[in-house]
Design a protein around this ligand. Structure first.
Ligand code: FES
Length: 107
Protein backbone atom coordinates (compact mmCIF):
# COMPACT_ATOMS: atom_id res chain seq x y z
CA UNK A 1 0.00 0.00 0.00
CA UNK A 2 1.44 3.42 -0.91
CA UNK A 3 1.85 5.96 1.87
CA UNK A 4 -1.40 7.99 2.01
CA UNK A 5 -1.34 11.80 1.81
CA UNK A 6 -4.29 12.16 4.18
CA UNK A 7 -5.60 10.24 7.13
CA UNK A 8 -9.24 10.54 8.14
CA UNK A 9 -10.24 9.28 11.58
CA UNK A 10 -13.98 8.81 12.05
CA UNK A 11 -15.05 8.27 15.64
CA UNK A 12 -17.34 5.25 15.87
CA UNK A 13 -17.35 4.97 19.67
CA UNK A 14 -20.49 3.41 21.11
CA UNK A 15 -21.42 3.60 24.78
CA UNK A 16 -24.19 1.76 26.59
CA UNK A 17 -27.56 3.42 26.98
CA UNK A 18 -27.62 5.52 30.14
CA UNK A 19 -23.87 6.18 30.14
CA UNK A 20 -22.98 9.63 31.50
CA UNK A 21 -21.26 10.63 28.26
CA UNK A 22 -22.93 10.44 24.90
CA UNK A 23 -21.10 8.88 22.01
CA UNK A 24 -20.67 9.43 18.32
CA UNK A 25 -22.71 6.28 17.70
CA UNK A 26 -25.69 8.01 19.30
CA UNK A 27 -25.20 10.89 16.87
CA UNK A 28 -25.15 8.80 13.69
CA UNK A 29 -21.47 8.06 13.09
CA UNK A 30 -22.25 4.75 11.41
CA UNK A 31 -23.71 6.30 8.29
CA UNK A 32 -20.97 8.94 8.30
CA UNK A 33 -18.27 6.26 8.27
CA UNK A 34 -20.11 4.29 5.57
CA UNK A 35 -20.40 7.41 3.43
CA UNK A 36 -16.66 8.11 3.76
CA UNK A 37 -15.92 4.59 2.52
CA UNK A 38 -18.40 4.99 -0.34
CA UNK A 39 -16.93 8.32 -1.45
CA UNK A 40 -13.41 6.95 -1.14
CA UNK A 41 -14.25 4.09 -3.46
CA UNK A 42 -16.35 6.23 -5.78
CA UNK A 43 -13.55 8.77 -6.21
CA UNK A 44 -10.86 6.10 -6.50
CA UNK A 45 -8.71 7.77 -3.85
CA UNK A 46 -7.77 4.77 -1.75
CA UNK A 47 -4.08 5.18 -2.69
CA UNK A 48 -3.92 8.71 -1.30
CA UNK A 49 -6.56 8.89 1.45
CA UNK A 50 -6.81 6.46 4.34
CA UNK A 51 -10.13 6.37 6.23
CA UNK A 52 -10.14 4.68 9.60
CA UNK A 53 -12.78 4.07 12.26
CA UNK A 54 -11.48 5.06 15.66
CA UNK A 55 -12.56 5.26 19.28
CA UNK A 56 -13.37 8.36 21.29
CA UNK A 57 -11.30 11.44 20.51
CA UNK A 58 -12.75 13.55 23.34
CA UNK A 59 -15.53 15.90 22.23
CA UNK A 60 -18.36 13.33 22.46
CA UNK A 61 -21.19 15.85 22.74
CA UNK A 62 -20.13 17.35 19.40
CA UNK A 63 -20.10 14.13 17.44
CA UNK A 64 -19.91 12.58 15.03
CA UNK A 65 -16.30 13.75 15.22
CA UNK A 66 -13.93 13.47 12.26
CA UNK A 67 -10.21 14.26 12.41
CA UNK A 68 -8.09 14.88 9.31
CA UNK A 69 -4.28 14.69 9.24
CA UNK A 70 -1.76 16.01 8.39
CA UNK A 71 -3.70 19.25 8.90
CA UNK A 72 -5.00 18.26 12.34
CA UNK A 73 -8.44 19.65 11.54
CA UNK A 74 -11.33 18.21 13.50
CA UNK A 75 -14.92 18.46 12.34
CA UNK A 76 -17.99 18.42 14.56
CA UNK A 77 -21.53 17.16 14.09
CA UNK A 78 -20.62 15.70 10.74
CA UNK A 79 -23.51 14.29 8.73
CA UNK A 80 -23.66 12.06 5.69
CA UNK A 81 -24.46 15.19 3.69
CA UNK A 82 -21.09 16.78 4.60
CA UNK A 83 -18.87 14.03 3.25
CA UNK A 84 -18.73 15.05 -0.42
CA UNK A 85 -17.71 18.57 0.62
CA UNK A 86 -15.03 17.23 2.97
CA UNK A 87 -13.58 15.25 0.08
CA UNK A 88 -13.67 18.13 -2.37
CA UNK A 89 -12.56 20.94 -0.10
CA UNK A 90 -10.40 19.37 2.62
CA UNK A 91 -9.04 16.15 1.18
CA UNK A 92 -8.54 17.13 -2.46
CA UNK A 93 -8.04 20.90 -2.15
CA UNK A 94 -6.47 21.14 1.33
CA UNK A 95 -8.85 23.87 2.53
CA UNK A 96 -10.67 23.35 5.83
CA UNK A 97 -14.43 23.87 5.94
CA UNK A 98 -14.65 26.64 8.51
CA UNK A 99 -18.35 26.21 9.31
CA UNK A 100 -17.85 22.55 10.15
CA UNK A 101 -14.72 22.85 12.30
CA UNK A 102 -14.84 21.79 15.93
CA UNK A 103 -15.10 24.82 18.23
CA UNK A 104 -11.91 25.88 20.01
CA UNK A 105 -13.55 24.93 23.30
CA UNK A 106 -13.13 21.29 22.33
CA UNK A 107 -10.16 21.20 19.89
S1 FES B 1 -17.48 9.30 21.38
FE1 FES B 1 -16.79 10.25 19.56
S2 FES B 1 -15.52 11.83 20.29
FE2 FES B 1 -16.11 10.79 22.10
Amino acid sequence: MPKPHKHVFVCTEQRPTGHLRSSCAQHGCGEVYDEFLWELQNRNLSNSVYVMATGCMGPCSEGPSVLVYPEGVMYAKVTKGNIAEIFEQQLMDGSPIEDLKMSREFW
